[in-house]
Design a protein around this ligand. Structure first.
Ligand SMILES: C[S@@+](CC[C@H](N)C(=O)[O-])C[C@H]1O[C@@H](n2cnc3c(N)ncnc32)[C@H](O)[C@@H]1O
Length: 163
């Protein structure tokens, strides 16, 4: 769930799997240059290759907009976190009022096709709660360096905890 080096992914619309265009090369390179040892393990968010309750913390950064099944991905994060473990998140989410809500709904199909399966209308805050996380801290803000980026706004940044 921690994307180091952001390898671009091509979504296969038929199998609904994510295929890395550059394989994990970028992530491995970034890990090699990191100041702390990092192990890169390939896998999909919906089937994390890790044991139950084996992590103290998880980070999801700009990934829950794109996973084909957000509910399953968040359930997987819950599974691999120990009870009381924390999820730190940073995501762009659907707007909560017009006109941006309407614009996002209009561009969503094309945006998703061009953006490797990314969605601009997801209510990821509710997704965390629905998965059973309790949201401890959340900041909602607009970060839009350009007109196109404005469509992928607002953002949420925060901490959710596995009960
Ligand atoms: C909007 S991009 C963001 C990339 C990177 N996190 C960043 O901040 O630059 C969404 C990312 O979601 C990842 N992704 C899509 N489906 C996935 C899945 N099922 N499991 C894991 N990652 C997935 C893709 O690899 C892609 O890099």
């Amino acid at each position: 769930m921690f994307n180091i080096g952001s390898p671009p992914v091509l979504m296969n619309r038929h199998t609904r799997t994510a295929e890395s265009a550059r394989k994990p090369a970028a992530a491995l390179k970034a890990a090699r240059n990191a100041p702390r040892p990092i192990t890169v393990v390939p896998g999909l968010a919906e089937v994390l290759p890790a044991d139950d309750a084996s992590f103290d913390a998880a980070v999801c950064s700009l990934v829950l907009c794109s996973v084909p099944d957000q509910g399953t991905a968040l359930a997987e994060v819950q599974r691999v976190l120990r009870p009381g473990g924390e999820l730190r998140f940073y995501e762009h989410v659907g707007a909560d009022r017009p006109p941006l809500t309407l614009l996002q709904r209009a561009v969503e199909p094309r945006w998703s096709r061009l953006g490797g399966g990314c969605h601009v209308t997801r209510d990821t805050e509710s997704g965390h709660s629905a998965a059973g996380f309790s949201i401890e801290r959340i900041e909602r803000f607009t970060f839009s360096p350009g007109v196109v980026a404005r469509l992928g706004s607002p953002h949420i940044l925060g901490i959710a905890r596995r009960p």
